[in-house]
Structures are given as C-alpha cells and as structure tokens.
Design a protein around this ligand. Structure first.
Ligand code: TRP
Length: 460
C-alpha cells in the first residue's frame, strides 16, 4: 500500500495507479522504443515501468554479458500472479541472461515465522518445480538459499555501513517496535541483488531484477547503497558531454592519492587520471580535459549513450584498485493482474486466482464465476459489446493463456463488437487455461526428480 508516500513491500495491498507510481518514485515508463523485437511481455503492456533497462537492452543488442536475478518468498502456493515474473525471467534468459534465483528463506523466517526447513521444502517442491515447468533452462539457472550463502550475508552486512535507521524508517516505515530480524531482511535482499556481480558469482556485469512494484523500496535502497560505494561518478555536464568525478571515501583515499595529512599525492593522483584517460582513449574519445586537483574529467563529446560503456570500464578500474565495483541494479515492474472476482488477486483468497496445480473443474468454476465485462442481457451485449478492460477472462487470455497475437485481437474485436458473448469468452479462457494447466502438469512430472539441476552447489 502506498501510504505517506511509502510502499510497504510486506503488504499484499498495492496501488495500481501506475502513472502516479511512475511519477512518485521516479521510474521510467516503458514504451515501444525501449524493447527490441518486443516480446509478449511488453507488447501486452505487462511491464509498465523500469529503471535503467536501457543498459540491459544495450547488452542484449551488443551480445554483452548480463544477468537476471529474482527472489521468491517460500510460503503458500504458487499461482498465476507469481508466474508473471517468471515469464519475464524466461524472456531475459532467452535473450542471453544468466539467471540467479534467491530463495528468501531468511526473509520468510523474519517476516512470517516460516522455519528454514519448511521454507526449503516449499521453495523446492512448489516454486522451483513450477519455475522448471514454466520453462526456465537449468543450464543457466542457479537457485540458492539466503541462509546458506555466506557471501550474500557478508555483502549485506558490509553494505549496512552505507545506510542507517533513519533511512529504513523513511523507506519502510520501521519504528522502535520493529523486530530486528525484520530490520535485517532488506540488507539481506541488498546482498541478494548485488552478489551476482562478485567474481565468484559471475563477475562484473549489469543485473536486471524483474519485480512487482511492491519490491521497489528494496531496489531504491540497493541502488542508493551501490551508488554510495562507487569510486567514480559519471554525470551529464550542463554544457553538454559527460563529466567523471572521483568519489573520495575512507576506503579509497589512499588509492586516490590523499595522504594522511590530507595533502594530495600528485604522482598517485596522476596515475589514476592516466588510467581513466587510457580507458577513454580506448573507447575512442580524444577530447578529454582533466582537472586532477578537483578530481574531475570532462568529456565534452560524450553523450548519455556512452555512459554505460564508460561506467563498465570504470567499475573494472575500481575493482583493480581494490574497490567493490558494483553496478546499481536495473529493474522492471509488471502490472498486477486483476483477481478473478474483480478485486485484488491474493493467495489467501483462493477464489481470486488460479493455482499452478489447480484442478480443471475448479478452474472452470472460477472462470465461470469470474468478473465479466459483458452486458447484463444478451440483447444489450449484442448492441453495446463487452468491455475487455474489465473482463477477467479476456485479461487472463491476454496475460497468460493465449500466445497468438492475431487470435487475441480477433477475440478482442468480436467481444467489443458484441459478436462474442460473455459466456463464450469465458469458454475460450477455460479452454486456454486447461491447455496451460495440463502442459504445466506434464512438465512438472518431467522435472520432479531432476530439480537438483537448478540448485547451486551451496544449496544441495
Ligand atoms: N522480498 C521478495 C518477496 O517478498 C523476495 C526476495 C528476496 C527478492 N530477495 C529478492 C525479490 C531479490 C527480488 C530480488 O517476494
């Protein structure tokens, strides 16, 4: 819920005023210019916003390495709503991403009291099994548990130095009554999101995290923290071009040529600037003006599209000099699909959703009772047509069950013109859902005893 300008990531009650969310939290909206050969996700308006997705698209277009990270709360049963993120993860995987899946067993313990043992069972038997059935490729997927990856906890702990309680209060609304396990959970998630960039988990590369808007507070926190650790900032110059500036911190003051007495060690400083200049020359820039004393370098001819390659090299330089060299995460935000009853979709209200292993008869009953965009009488429906923006059956076909754009457009046209009746569109939805559920079931059977293929060595 957005309250006092805040989003509570642990509440299932989220705002769906997407325009407002974009403005309020400084997201970029997704339009047709951002996606290459737009996949179904974008074409159908499933992803409505992003942060720095351009970097990922650029990586895809230039065949550069990038990763995708997703996390799951191991509680309850997996349903349609959960599959939206996995469809995106699969899309990124098809575009060349390596996939890391965090099982948030520590978070589930902290916020829901789920034991680690219980969390593990649910994660594997319910979530990972269905992720496999939804088509993730185990060859480039690695599932781990928060509780059994010390590097994640270490990173979270370490980066905790870059934030404080006031920031947690502002972002999450934590107060004196908040239990400390809950306070720790966001830092573990920061560790989840950033650790794939550590050398032992794939090294420096951009990571995209597809989420629902409820997770954005964690992404804002992570981006802020990663930015604070960066040794080099890249900004747009007022007079055009880009400017690189050294961000002097405790950890890097020696490397940046600041002596104990606060004086600048000119040789050391010169070395740093030489390294940066060489990087820029390699990237094809010749007009560079350095101000070593101020710790800035101007590149008048650079444009914002040069930021990504420059940043990548500077993060590598930072690593060579002993820094962490972390990319702030990229992210995408999907819309929340309407629940079957017309209100929110929630796993605690089974009538509002379809579970991944739903019995076909139960599913059919739910669809038949689902909120309809049809008119109240056949006569009226023929005259006025149905409303696809409200019709659950249509939206589920659009988001989940019907992959063929042309057929979907025919359905839309016929429903809106009144040719197709509400009962008929529901039947089409039932047919699509049956096929989808049966396929998932078959795939679950195929994968059930091969799930270790998805698990990382530290999760076995
Ligand atoms: N907090 C997420 C949830 O409630 C789970 C999660 C943990 C996660 N780590 C993550 C999600 C990293 C995305 C990225 O569902």
């Amino acid at each position: 819920m957005v309250d006092n300008g805040r989003i509570d990531p642990w509440s299932s009650d989220q705002s769906t005023d997407y325009e407002k969310l974009i403005n309020q939290f400084g997201l970029e909206s997704v339009d047709s210019s951002i996606m290459p050969n737009p996949g179904m996700l974008h074409r159908r308006g499933i992803v409505f916003a992003h942060r720095d997705l351009d970097i990922i698209i650029e990586s895809i277009n230039s065949s550069k390495k990038f990763g995708t990270l997703t996390g799951l709360m191991p509680s309850g049963k997996m349903h349609l709503g959960h599959s939206m993120v996995i469809d995106q993860v699969k899309w990124f995987q098809d575009q060349g991403a390596d996939i890391t899946v965090a099982v948030a067993d520590l978070e589930a313990l902290a916020t829901r009291g789920t034991s680690l043992k219980e969390g593990r069972k649910t994660a594997i038997e319910e979530y990972i099994l269905n992720y496999a059935a939804l088509g993730l490729d185990p060859d480039s997927t690695s599932v781990y548990f928060q509780s059994s990856r010390p590097a994640v906890q270490r990173l979270g702990f370490n980066l905790g130095r870059k934030t404080n309680l006031s920031e947690f209060e502002a972002i999450y609304g934590f107060n004196g009554q908040t239990n400390l396990a809950h306070v720790q959970a966001p830092l573990v998630q920061v560790g989840d999101i950033l650790h794939p960039q550590l050398e032992e988990f794939g090294g420096l590369r951009p990571i995209v995290v597809p989420v629902g808007i409820d997770q954005d507070p964690h992404l804002r926190l992570t981006r802020g923290i990663a930015g604070k650790t960066n040794w080099f900032n890249i900004k747009t110059r007022k007079s055009g071009g880009l400017v690189i500036s050294l961000s002097i911190q405790e950890d890097n003051s020696r490397a940046f040529g600041i002596n104990e007495n606060g004086r600048i060690d000119k040789d050391r400083r010169k070395n740093i600037f030489n390294s940066i200049e060489n990087i820029l020359i390699d990237l094809g820039f010749s007009d560079i003006s350095s101000n070593e004393k101020h710790g800035t370098l101007d590149i008048p001819a650079a444009t914002s599209s040069d930021k990504f390659p420059i940043r990548l090299k500077l993060l590598q330089l930072e690593r060579d000099l002993g820094g962490m060299g972390l990319f702030p995460p990229c992210s995408t935000y999907h819309r929340f699909v309407v629940g079957m009853t017309g209100s929110k979709m929630s796993s605690s209200k089974p009538e509002t959703t379809i579970f991944m292993d739903e019995d076909l008869d139960v599913m059919a009953k739910k669809v038949k009772r689902a909120f309809s965009g049809g008119q109240s009488t056949v006569e009226e429906h023929r005259r006025l047509g149905g409303d696809t923006t409200k019709d659950v059956a249509f939206q589920y076909l659009q988001y989940f069950f019907e992959k063929d754009d042309n057929y979907l457009n025919d359905i839309k046209r016929d429903y809106e013109s009144g040719k197709l009746l509400a009962g008929e569109i529901k039947q089409i939805c039932i047919d699509g859902a049956s096929e989808w559920l049966l396929d998932l079931k078959e795939k679950r059977n195929q994968w059930a005893d091969r799930l270790e293929e998805f698990l990382s060595p530290d999760s076995l």
